[in-house]
Design a protein around this ligand. Structure first.
Ligand code: NAP
Length: 514
């Protein structure tokens, strides 16, 4: 059992009262009274705070944290010990004391009061705000040796997602009560996976303003976005691998669609900074630990090529067109094999086909101008080449555009030549016009004409300036959201073997983006 615990980090009793109410209403399963946040801390103030908190009928941790271990105020040790003693006597279910300070008079006072009040349990915590612990298993043993009934709490900053695996291994190995997770953006997944691996608690904030540690998620995100209540030891894990990933809408749609079809699966943002080495280390960490239950990934910049190399090294399946494109956006773990796919090109072509009401065969000999030569352009050009379209690539960096054109037997022209563009379909595969630069367009309005259909792969916003201007002169338009939905539909099918509810996916994205 993992208790979703909300820290109450208030300066006054009045502020605490409103935080306690909000936490209980949002679904907190335990409260952590961070007494170190109180102004003019005293034992009587903590006794009053305890009375307030008890009204929520939730278990309570009391933590007057030492400022050297992240406490909000510098209170003397003597006062903090008095507060611990008062909290135990007032019926705190747990008190959280720093392992570093657990010796001499401190240890004596705490253990004596605990022995007289059997209801309370001691959490002995260690924090590393810089990096991971040198030897987390040794630290765990040292805490248990110091006080065998303690719940060890080992919290450290993950500087890379790969740092999280120490915490996962400890949770997997130790079957006793234990709290361990990682701080920082790179540690975010450890706060969620904590429940799957049976950490005694995981912490959530009421909102972004009241977060007490870096990377702490809001209780709303835990419950609604990451389906906290449905996570169990059997939950299978999925996620988007890339850097950056914080902006991605994939967790939102995949988690909602997993819930909709009733499967025990969870989709996470997996920030993998660095290059191929860091990607390979992450994948090795995942493949070595089948008990983590990672089954599939969406893959984005900069790891689309790395995913293909991994599948090849692993002697897994590389779908032929994915090989030709040189970029995979989906990776499936089918032990012991890794298979990779690209759902972008079909997603893009299907968006054009359905929106313009044409057949795939209509691409044959269609003159198409593609602006850009990056990952999305590659996928689309490969798909169009397969469909025998007459493609001209326009790109800012000439060598890159020429190389792509040569690979797929297309023409190349420099960007300036776009002023004379004469094509049946224009496709923007650059980021021009994407949020927040919504007043930019890749093509001057004067170059548009009503017989040239326009497809913008940018999906945030869905109705870009390019599409608005094309629509104004009566040209047919295709927005990037259709492609995004199509590629996500195909990924979902690879993840679950089932089709998601298209209308649900559309509604979630339209509500968020329009
Ligand atoms: P990428 O690999 O970084 O390629 C970006 C391309 O845009 C390059 O060819 C680059 O030219 C060009 N470019 C960027 N800024 C430019 C500027 N100011 N002027 C001229 N050219 C510029 O990115 P990607 O993965 O292909 O993604 C491109 C866009 O596709 C994204 O921004 C996103 O909006 C969209 N997208 C849509 C979906 C969907 O499902 N709808 C999915 C993924 C991406 P150089 O070669 O000269 O650098």
């Amino acid at each position: 059992m993992t208790l979703l615990t909300v820290p109450i980090a208030a300066k006054s009793l009045k502020e605490a009262a409103s935080q306690i109410k909000a936490a209980a209403k949002a679904g907190a399963e335990m409260l952590e009274l961070r007494a170190d946040y109180l102004e003019d801390l005293s034992t009587s103030l903590v006794e009053k705070l305890m009375l307030q908190a008890k009204s929520a009928n939730l278990p309570i941790i009391v933590t007057p944290r030492d400022s050297k271990q992240g406490g909000a105020n510098e209170y003397p040790d003597k006062l903090r010990i008095d507060v611990f003693v008062a909290a135990i006597k007032a019926g705190a279910d747990f008190i959280d004391f720093e392992f570093e300070n657990f010796s001499g008079q401190n240890q004596e006072a705490i253990t004596k009061t605990l022995s007289e009040n059997s209801k309370s349990r001691l959490i002995l915590s260690a924090h590393n705000f810089e990096t991971k612990f040198d030897d987390i298993k040794k630290l765990y043993s040292q805490i248990k040796e110091a006080y065998s009934d303690a719940i060890p709490k080992l919290v450290y900053t993950a500087n890379h997602i790969n740092d999280c695996f120490d915490a996962f291994d400890l949770l997997h190995e130790i079957k006793d009560d234990l709290i361990t997770f990682c701080m920082g953006q790179a540690g975010l997944i450890s706060r969620i996976i904590a429940k799957k691996l049976n950490s005694f608690v995981t912490f959530a904030s009421i909102d972004d303003k009241t977060a007490t540690a870096s990377g702490q998620l809001t209780i709303e995100n835990f419950k609604n976005l990451y389906r906290y209540d449905s996570i169990s030891s059997d939950t299978k894990l999925y996620g988007i691998i890339g850097s950056p990933v914080a902006h991605s809408l994939s967790p939102l749609i995949h988690n909602a669609c997993f819930a909709d079809i009733g499967v025990n699966k969870l989709y996470l943002p997996l920030l993998i900074e660095g290059g191929k080495d860091e990607f390979n280390t992450f994948m090795q960490n995942v493949l070595e630990r089948d008990w983590l239950g990672f089954k599939g990934f969406s893959v984005t910049i900069p790891h689309k090529r790395n995913a293909i190399d991994l599948a090849r090294d692993n002697k897994g399946l590389v779908e032929p067109l994915t090989e030709k494109i040189g970029a995979a956006n989906t990776l499936i773990i089918d032990e012991p094999k890794v298979s990779v796919y690209n759902t972008d090109y079909a997603g893009a072509l299907d968006a054009v086909i359905s929106t313009l009401g044409i057949a795939k065969s209509d691409f044959a000999d269609m003159s198409i101008a593609v602006m850009g030569a990056g990952g999305v352009a590659r996928a689309i050009v490969a798909g169009l080449h397969d469909a025998k379209a007459k493609v001209t690539i326009y790109n800012r960096t000439v060598e890159k555009g020429e190389k792509l054109a040569a690979e797929f037997g297309c023409s190349f022209l420099p960007l300036d030549d776009l002023l004379d563009v004469d094509a049946q379909l224009f496709i923007n595969c650059t980021s021009i016009g994407m949020h927040p630069n919504v007043d930019a367009s890749p093509l001057p309005k004067s170059c548009l004409h009503k017989d040239m259909a326009v497809f913008d792969t940018v999906y945030n916003p869905p109705n870009t300036l390019l599409l608005k201007q094309a629509g104004q002169i009566g040209a047919k338009t295709v927005n990037g959201l259709e492609m995004f939905i199509n590629q996500a539909l195909a990924q979902f099918k690879l993840f679950t073997g089932k089709n998601p509810d298209l209308k649900l996916m559309q509604k979630i994205l339209y509500d968020r983006l329009f």
